[in-house]
Design a protein around this ligand. Structure first.
Ligand code: ZN
Length: 271
């Protein structure tokens, strides 16, 4: 079952990525700002996809059967709070997905708040352009830390494997969706942002202004930001003109090439 699910997850991932990249190509919301120093699209993609490859390989080495395999083991041991509630499976899965999504929201806030964690997460924010490939751009150590946090939650809460698989598919899909360099038609966007983190909302999170970047932490539903007071509906500049990235990483070598990205958390340019 785990193998089938891994194949489905990969299939959905490739389908959503292909769809979003096609839409970005046909209807780009923003242009990549070109200066002699900034990285080309090809260099960015090489770096971002490179990080994905390395992170996936390491995750596979640590947890060969993935988080779902781990959840299956935890369920067999009857670990976790949800076992005591004996909810019907559909409700158990629904509650689990909501809890995991809230956990990821708080994890994201923590990675912005704690300096040593920000060193890892800034690799994601140093991208001077936001597109689907930015959704793949996380330092391998951040991926390992995130795996550890999720594994801990699975054990403590007793999250079933089905919920873990569904959540991972949804999280990947929504991350690619909200990083895509597209803009939904205005009336659709207005409705979508009542529930979802739209591209326009997520680009505010990638602003160079910390007051804007420290908001809109959600990855899928926007309710956690509204509930916990970190929602920003509009940036100080219009969507097409928001300065994206980090001011201390303006040049290509550090913020696009793979070696620069891997080294970034250990360099002395903190903040
Ligand atoms: Zn962030």
């Amino acid at each position: 079952m785990i193998d089938d699910m891994a194949a489905i997850r990969l299939g959905v991932f490739i389908a959503i990525l292909a769809l979003m990249m096609s839409l970005e190509w046909l209807f780009p919301a923003r242009k990549l700002t070109k200066t002699p120093q900034t990285a080309t699209m090809a260099t960015r993609w090489l770096g971002n996809f490179g990080l994905l490859m390395i992170s996936s390989l390491i995750a596979r080495l640590i947890l060969p059967l993935g988080l779902a395999g781990f959840a299956l083991y935890a369920t067999n041991q009857q670990w976790g709070l949800l076992h005591y509630l004996s909810l019907p499976l559909w409700l158990n899965i629904g509650v689990s997905i909501l809890l995991l999504d809230m956990l990821i929201y708080w994890q994201h806030r923590l990675f912005h708040r704690i300096p040593s964690l920000w060193r890892l997460h800034k690799v994601h924010h140093a991208d001077r352009h936001v597109d689907s490939s930015t959704a793949l751009r996380f330092h391998p150590i951040e991926i390992i830390a995130s795996l550890g946090i999720k594994a801990f939650a699975i054990v403590v809460l007793g999250i079933p494997a089905e919920a873990v698989i569904l959540f991972e598919i949804l999280l990947n899909g929504f991350a690619i969706f909200n990083h895509a360099n597209i803009r939904l038609p205005a009336n659709v966007e207005k409705l979508a942002r009542l529930v979802l983190v739209t591209q326009v909302l997520h680009r505010i999170h990638h602003s160079q202004l910390m007051a804007e970047s420290n908001t809109n932490f959600g990855f899928s539903i926007i309710w956690w930001d509204k509930l916990f007071g970190t929602y920003t509906a509009q940036a100080s500049k219009p969507d097409a003109l928001i300065d994206i990235g980090l001011t201390q990483y303006p040049n290509a070598k550090q913020n696009a090439w793979l070696n620069g990205l891997l080294w970034m958390p250990f360099s002395n340019k903190n903040k």
